[in-house]
Ligand binder design. Structure first.
Ligand SMILES: [Zn+2]
Ligand SMILES: [Zn+2]
Length: 373
């Protein structure tokens, strides 16, 4: 039934963090060791330092470089980014980027699973990682990255960087170094990054029309070093900078900017003026997403009922006629679309598409229960 498709299309949303379940469980279990090892200041410093270092690697590496290629760097620093990102035990660089590219490509279809709106907060935060279907990545989507043998090697040895880091933590600060410096830090890092899947789709403001639940949230941006400007990111993914306004703190971008001054990275993308003003036309796919969402605010069954009554004396309804009187008018659709928030230069196309979707949905409904002859 199309109403269900509308629901799926509008609400399913997938996101940026894809760890595997076993290291995730073991890391959490291992934090119990703190009760036995105790806590030292050295270990606490390592815990905080390794959280920040690896969060930076995930956002600057896994996300903004490998998934989106939003800036350029040398082959050597590319390897460093991948290695440090993998110290977070969130699987391999090719897998992570493949899953993330898949997410941006299909976030308007049933292929995306973890949506707080549909499955509840807990599932969207951690539950989905135990769903084995989520573990499969389409490596065809990362052929550009798989061309590098050193990245393929890292992918094969996905846990090696994390294990090496754990050993170093133990050597530097003993058992507290291992349990607090490594395991506790890694567990907090999981939840910091997961928050983008769950919290960034529940709390915050939507500046741009994207057809999904992505939101801008300042406190998430602080704990994730800039990833909290999630609605900005969905609107214009190729930008290295995700905090679009001067007051939108984006630590990852500041650090990358500093690295660009010393020539370690270059060609950082920033949003053009039309993007900042929200005047960029929506892509075909984004128009579809917004239109499905808009169509879902109408009750297809009662529209079908009106159609059934209005056309009961006629043998045939031509659903290709966009002016059918019992469908909501384009003006009504535009009014509702602008209530959904945010301006877009693509409002007419959104309204037109929503009307087509509604016409199709009503036609499907009538096909199930035909107009009486
Ligand atoms: Zn997203
Ligand atoms: Zn992204």
């Amino acid at each position: 039934m199309l109403t269900q498709t509308v629901r799926f299309d509008a609400e399913h949303h997938d996101d940026i963090v894809y760890p595997s379940a076993i290291p995730f469980l073991l890391v959490h279990l291992a934090t119990v060791g703190i009760l036995w090892s105790g806590v030292t200041w050295t270990a606490v410093t390592m815990c905080v330092g390794l959280y920040v270092l690896r969060m930076f690697a995930i956002t600057a590496g896994f996300h903004r470089y490998f998934s989106h290629r939003s800036y350029d760097t040398s082959r050597a620093f590319q390897f460093v980014l991948a290695f440090v990102s993998q110290m977070s035990l969130q699987k391999g660089v090719l897998w992570w980027a493949a899953k993330h590219r898949h997410h941006h490509k299909y976030s308007d279809t049933v292929e995306d699973v973890h949506s707080p709106g549909l499955h509840g907060f807990l599932f969207s935060h951690v539950g989905w990682i135990f769903a084995t279907k989520r573990g499969v990545a389409d490596y065809d989507m990362v052929r550009d990255l798989a061309a590098y043998p050193e990245l393929r090697w890292l992918e094969k040895n996905k846990h090696l960087p994390g294990i090496l880091l754990a050993v170093v933590c133990f050597l530097v600060a003993g058992w507290p170094g291992l349990f607090v410096g490594f395991f506790l830090s890694t567990a907090i890092l999981y939840h910091g990054t997961f928050a983008i899947n769950s919290l960034a789709h529940c709390f915050g403001r939507q500046r741009y029309l994207t057809g999904d639940d992505s939101r801008n949230n300042w406190w998430l941006a602080l704990i994730t070093l800039g990833e909290g400007w999630h609605n900005n990111h969905h609107y214009y993914q190729v930008s290295t900078r995700q905090g679009f306004r001067w007051y939108e703190v984006d630590v990852t971008y500041y650090l990358l900017k500093a690295l660009s001054w010393v020539g370690i990275v270059w060609n950082l993308h920033t949003p053009p003026a039309e993007v900042l003003l929200g005047e960029r036309r929506l892509s075909r796919r984004a128009i579809d997403k917004v239109a499905y969402r808009l169509a879902a605010t109408f009750h297809v069954e009662s529209l079908a009922e009106q159609a059934r009554e209005a056309w009961s004396h006629k043998p045939h309804i031509d659903w290709s006629d966009i002016h059918l009187p019992h469908l909501p008018s384009l003006d009504e659709l535009k009014r509702r679309a602008s209530e959904m928030a945010l301006r877009t230069p693509s409002l007419d196309e959104v309204a037109q598409r929503a009307r087509e979707i509604l016409a199709e949905a009503v036609a499907q409904r009538l096909a199930q229960v035909p107009v009486p002859a």
